[in-house]
Ligand binder design. Structure first.
Ligand SMILES: N[C@@H](CCC(=O)N[C@@H](CS)C(=O)NCC(=O)O)C(=O)O
Length: 214
């Protein structure tokens, strides 16, 4: 199996995570961000992630998660979800992406290995969130909001092994959110949140971006 991804992409992290949790081997293929031909050939549009398996191509991160989790027994995402976790993620998404997108755009990531690929991403995302210069100027305020919001995650975290005690789809979504956050320097992770994101990084085999955070 091959998983076609961008390293920064949180949807790709969701798909990658299930392979790690399930201990299913997969070949990771990082596409250049401006290389539209491979995804168009595979699924008819530029999108990531895409799972390539037995000459079939599956886009949609949570479809990939379901497919891999259903392979062999037992399912690993067998636990109940907690709507409060989904709400917490949704509340933080706006500030997270305003912080993370600008940082991904200048990070040493394989999907931006060429100047054209990086320029493609920058152009596209500036059309969405406005000039990066303006977003970067908001850093202190956005980090403050993020840190306050992280404090409200602590009471929801039952264990570093799984947000609700047993692994569930909430862990896929929550880890993808926290992994996206790891590109942002200066975030103050409460102890339980830090233990959770580190443990999930180990179990999913998706490295955090702490070492390249800006
Ligand atoms: N619903 C899809 C969303 C995937 C998605 O939006 N991926 C982004 C990358 S993070 C993408 O492909 N955007 C289009 C682009 O890069 O041009 C999923 O869950 O897999």
């Amino acid at each position: 199996m091959k998983l076609h991804v961008y390293d920064h992409c949180p949807f790709c992290v969701k798909a990658r995570a299930i392979f790690g949790l399930k201990e299913v081997p997969v070949e990771l293929v990082v596409m250049l961000n401006d290389d539209v031909a491979p995804p168009e050939r595979m699924v008819g549009r530029k999108v990531a992630p895409i799972l390539e398996h037995e000459d079939r191509f599956t886009p949609e991160s949570m479809d990939i998660v379901a497919l891999i989790d259903a392979m062999g027994d037992p399912r690993v995402l067998a636990g109940a979800t907690n709507p409060a976790v989904g709400s917490w993620i949704a509340e933080g998404s706006g500030s997270l992406y305003r912080l993370a997108i600008t940082r991904w755009a200048s990070a040493p990531l394989p999907e931006f290995a060429t100047a054209d690929a990086r320029a493609f991403f920058t152009r596209k995302k500036e059309a969405l969130i406005g000039p990066f210069e303006d977003r970067l100027a908001e850093t202190a305020a956005l980090v403050e909001v993020t840190n306050a919001h992280l404090a409200s995650l602590e009471p929801l975290l039952r264990s570093p092994e799984a947000v609700n005690g047993d692994l569930s789809e909430d862990d896929i979504h929550l880890f993808a959110h926290l992994r996206a956050m790891s590109i942002v320097a200066g975030v103050a992770y409460p102890a339980k949140v830090d233990a959770y994101r580190r443990r999930m990084s180990e179990r999913t085999k998706v490295p955090l971006h702490d070492d390249i955070a800006t």
